[in-house]
Design a protein around this ligand. Structure first.
Ligand code: BG6
Length: 520
């Protein structure tokens, strides 16, 4: 990394001194990222699965792309003692295990390892945190980011201790992960505890789906292209489908998952956030409040589910033994440590509507499940048929235009069009073909960053656009609570589906009743 004078031309990886912050260029990206020059990241629960699986790899990759402030320290605290070979070595071992031997730049790793500090301590204990403050966080001018990679049950005592030892200050930000409550009431309780100590703009509530490259690109696609916006409404769109299908089961997370189920684990956050980005009005800017305000309006326009709606328009499922990737897998209640009588849903399908000027009359079908046939997350925007049929019944039979935004496994955008099959056939046969934009083909030299890279970087830059504001989370719970309450009152059971299938047949019937089908 070389320091540049203001006027010289920048090259990949150069750092340009720039007023009070530092502007970085990332690879050939010209976008400048400014953030406080001096900053520390404290990860509480730094020896846990989230930290090893997501946070350290993301930080290493940010370092590789020269996106980290040069003096950033990454301080991990947990109750586990520092391992004999040192903490950095442990991070490296886990990193190698998760990345399955992908190439590591040893020079960058050395730089990254120097940033890591591990302090074995109990973060709910004020005396132990005070020691950390006295030994490590002595300079109050350094921005401090505290990442709570811990179960939410101990958010409150940790925050209380942080406050008691003076680590809560204006240049401090706190990052929290879901589950943010079990329902609206419990969320409000968590939030009250946070609000007593932090300002809203200091709280970064992560939904990692918002950090995914294609999710961000959804805003670009909608608002940087003139093509879609005039058609993006009830007059031209027939329906929208949002699917997040996974092949994994609950497995080692069974206990946690059983408390939540698919509705709370996936719909309340990831699927509703995607729905917001599809349905929101153009914000006046990309500032956090402009974007959050528009998403909130969408959530408040979701039609609350009556008891009858719940019966007609939702499907709950639970996987039973089947196969995944050609291997036999147990059913949900046969997983290790499972309760045999659990009725938690591992699949949910919902038909809903955003009742506002733009969307009334357009059904939104949401679907998510574990142990599905294939892993993919996708948004499908199905356009209406043309008003007058020129090309015979085969045109009706073929599906109309469809925009498919694929989040994973391979990110891309596909626009489905009807095309004439070349040839002299009088019947003029038509076929559906796709304009295909695969991100990896279009941007061959670019690595698609993991969601956590974007989100960690944004916290350092104090940009909360891709995080959730408290009122959004509350509104999402309010709607989800109507479904949970409906299920409870009609005693809707979780229908069995075979692991490795597309969920209960009732989910196919849910959409087929409207003359439509899931895109798979
Ligand atoms: C998490 C859920 O938020 O998202 C998990 O708790 C789920 O149950 C995961 O597996 C899915 O994330 P991704 O990025 O793999 O789609």
């Amino acid at each position: 990394m070389r320091e540049m004078s203001k006027n010289s031309a920048s090259e990949p990886g150069d750092v340009i001194q720039h007023g009070k912050g530092v502007a970085y260029t990332m690879g050939r990206l010209t976008r400048k990222m400014e953030f406080g020059m001096i900053c520390d990241l404290l990860i509480i629960g730094g020896d846990g699965d989230l930290a090893f699986r997501k946070l350290y790899p993301a930080l290493y990759h940010l370092d590789l792309d020269t996106c980290l402030p040069s003096c950033l320290r990454v301080v991990s605290v947990s109750r586990t003692p520092t391992p004999p070979g040192g903490f950095a070595q442990r991070v490296r071992e886990r990193f190698d295990a998760f990345t399955k031997g992908k190439e590591v730049d040893e020079e960058v790793w050395k730089r990254f390892a120097k940033r890591l500090i591990h302090m074995p301590l109990n973060a709910t204990n004020e005396a132990e945190l005070a020691k950390l403050r006295n030994e490590v966080f002595t300079d109050t001018k350094r921005d401090l980011i505290v990442y709570l990679a811990t179960p939410p049950a101990i958010f409150a005592p940790i925050c209380q201790s942080l406050w008691a030892v003076g680590l809560v200050r204006d240049n401090m930000r706190i990052v929290i992960e879901k589950p943010l409550g079990h329902d609206r009431e419990s969320f409000l309780q968590i939030n009250e505890n946070l609000k007593a100590l932090f300002k809203e703009e200091q709280i970064y509530r992560i939904d990692h789906y918002l950090g995914k490259e294609t999710v961000q690109n959804l805003l670009t696609m909608r608002f940087a292209n003139a093509l879609f916006e005039p058609l993006w409404n009830t007059h031209y769109i027939d329906h929208v489908q949002i699917t997040a299908a996974e092949t994994v089961g609950a497995e080692g997370r069974w206990q946690f998952y059983d408390e939540a189920g698919a509705l709370r684990d996936m719909v309340q956050n990831h699927l509703l956030q995607l729905l917001c980005l599809v349905a929101m009005e153009p914000p006046s800017s990309l500032s956090p409040s402009a974007v959050h305000d528009e998403k909130l309006k969408v959530l408040r326009s979701l039609v609350p589910m009556s008891r009858r709606d719940v019966e007609e328009n939702t499907v709950r499922g639970q996987y039973v033994a089947g196969t995944s990737g050609g291997q036999p897998v147990p059913g949900y209640t046969q997983e290790a440590g499972a309760k045999p009588q659990s009725s938690t849903e591992t699949f949910v399908a919902i038909k809903t509507e955003v009742r506002n000027w733009r969307w009334t009359g357009v059904p939104f079908y949401l679907r998510t499940g574990k142990r599905m046939q294939q892993r993919f997350s996708e948004i499908v925007v199905q356009f209406n048929e043309v008003p007058h049929v020129l090309f015979g019944e085969q045109m009706r039979a073929s599906s109309a235009n469809r925009l498919v935004i694929r989040l994973q496994p391979e990110e891309g955008i596909r626009l489905q069009l009807l095309n004439k099959v070349p040839g002299l056939d009088d019947a003029q046969p038509l076929e559906t073909v796709s304009l295909d934009l695969s991100l990896s083909d279009a941007f061959t030299n670019r690595r698609v960053p993991d969601a956590y890279e974007r989100l960690l970087l944004d916290v350092m830059r104090a940009n909360s656009t891709l995080f959730m504001r408290a009122d959004e989370v509350e509104a999402a719970w309010e709607w989800v609570d109507t479904i949970a309450a409906g299920w409870h009152s009609v005693k809707q059971r979780a229908l069995p589906y075979v692991a490795g299938s597309w969920g209960p047949s009732e989910s196919i019937a849910l959409i087929a009743r409207d003359g439509r089908n899931w895109q798979e």
